[in-house]
Design a binder for this molecule. Structure first.
Ligand code: URA
Length: 434
């Protein structure tokens, strides 16, 4: 067997065997297969797709490319959550402490942002001192003691996915159902959870632009979960406009903290509550939707969810005084409003374009090696469907570069479309698939 034959088979639309997929994953992870050969195969997969068997084989091989964490000592049931990516997606920062505050253990490994989507790790790193990069024993110990730990994917978990994902990102091959399904599920299988809730985002700021593709992706991940004995539930959520109001790093942490203090933007609230409800159900704690929503609200109102975030931050060397008083976070040099040029209704706020603009200001990476500016980004003031008056602020741009600020102002003015149609709001929760 050799890689040229495997590339040719996929190019010619043949189904790859388990052995061929194993050969590729092993060879690419240990450096025997070159980037250009892997790129050719990934592009052939992107164009010709994969059968269910091939996708499952790829998932299992990527999961087995490194360690598989065993968290059984911590609890019989470990629930995990993942998002397929979005703009303004600070859900994990809110959801994980919330779930842990209910006594359900959360061991969360998060990713960095790449391209226009943000990453939880970058947001966590904007809390001074917070360590996302800790050894596995410390991670497991934290989950045992605090009930919660959130770290970066630095452990030797699914290293093949890390390599293939970075390659996909550099050759425009991210938006593929079998590649996304296997990427996410390999990480989830390797990180030890046996119950998984996945937020499958749909819209302009997501990798799945249509509901029907998002449904296919969800079904694929649920199928893989079944074969790997990981019960998986997918919640399809709207990502046509940024989630909540803030898009950036420390400004998203501030929004997440405010949420845990009771200031909950409606779309973000719906997403957090629905994902939390499904995590609670999978944990076996309670199967009653209404009861669960009451518990969630209760732990926000009584401060337990916020206290869990503070406990986790302290436990990982972060300065929790920033969570207690978010005014302590460093702000960007410039904070300038973009105002409505006319009266009307907000027609659309293209999430991908907002994400790209935040990246341009320095909130994300264009290349993997780029250094992130924690303070920059965009805080929206409006949502789609809202009525606005001429001169009303639509958003505030946070920038540290005067030229970029001015360019961003012009671009954002075009991205936030104001028109006469009384636009209906798109619901935040589109569908639940289990
Ligand atoms: N998130 C992942 O972890 N992998 C993908 O391929 C896309 C989103």
């Amino acid at each position: 067997m050799n890689i040229l034959e495997i590339i040719a088979n996929k190019r010619d639309k043949k189904e790859l065997t388990t052995e061929e997929i194993r050969y590729f994953v092993k060879g690419y992870t240990n450096g025997e297969i070159e980037d250009y050969q892997a790129a050719a195969l990934i592009m052939a997969i992107y164009i010709n797709g994969m059968t269910n068997k091939e996708t499952t084989d790829l998932t299992i091989e990527m999961a087995n490319s490194g360690e598989i964490l065993d968290l059984k000592d911590l609890d019989k049931i470990i629930v995990d959550k993942h998002s397929t990516g979005g703009v303004g997606d600070k859900v994990s920062l809110i959801l994980c402490p919330l779930i842990a505050s209910l006594g359900i253990k959360v061991a969360k490994m998060s990713g960095r942002g790449l391209g226009f989507t943000g990453g939880t790790v970058d947001k966590l790193q904007s809390i001074p001192g917070y360590r996302t990069d800790i050894p596995m024993e410390e991670f497991v110990g934290n989950v045992k003691r605090v009930g919660l730990s959130m770290i970066s994917q630095t452990l030797n978990l699914a290293p093949a996915d890390k390599k293939i994902y970075a390659l996909r990102d550099s050759i425009s091959c991210v938006e593929s159902i079998p590649l996304i399904a296997s990427s996410i599920m390999s990480k989830k299988i390797a990180s030890g959870a046996n119950k998984i809730v996945i937020d499958v985002t749909v819209g302009s700021g997501a990798f799945m632009n249509t509901k029907s593709n998002a449904r296919k992706l969800a079904k694929q991940m649920i199928e893989i979960g079944k074969l790997a004995e990981r019960e998986t539930v997918c919640v399809l959520t709207n990502m046509n406009e940024p989630l909540g109001y803030a898009v950036g790093n420390n400004i998203e942490v501030i929004e997440a903290v405010k949420f845990l203090k009771g200031n909950m933007p409606e779309d973000l609230k719906q997403v957090v509550f629905e994902l939390a409800n499904n995590m609670i159900k999978l944990s076996g704690k309670s199967l009653d939707d209404e009861e669960n929503k009451k518990m969630i609200l209760e732990n926000i109102k009584n401060g337990k969810a916020l206290n869990k975030l503070i406990e986790m931050v302290k436990n990982q060397n972060g300065d929790a005084s920033f969570i207690e008083d978010t005014d302590k976070f460093k702000r960007s040099e410039y904070m300038e409003k973009v105002v409505a040029q006319k009266e009307g209704y907000i027609q659309s706020i293209n999430a991908k374009e907002v994400g790209e603009l935040a990246c341009y200001l320095g909130a994300g990476r264009i290349r993997k090696s780029d250094v992130i500016d924690n303070t920059v980004g965009i805080v929206m003031n409006v949502k789609v469907g809202e009525k606005v008056k001429k001169g009303q602020p639509l958003a505030i741009i946070h920038a540290n570069d005067y030229e970029k600020l001015n360019e961003a102002k012009q671009k954002l003015q075009k991205i936030i479309k104001v028109g006469e149609n009384n636009k209906k709001k798109i619901p935040a929760i589109l569908e639940i698939i289990s």
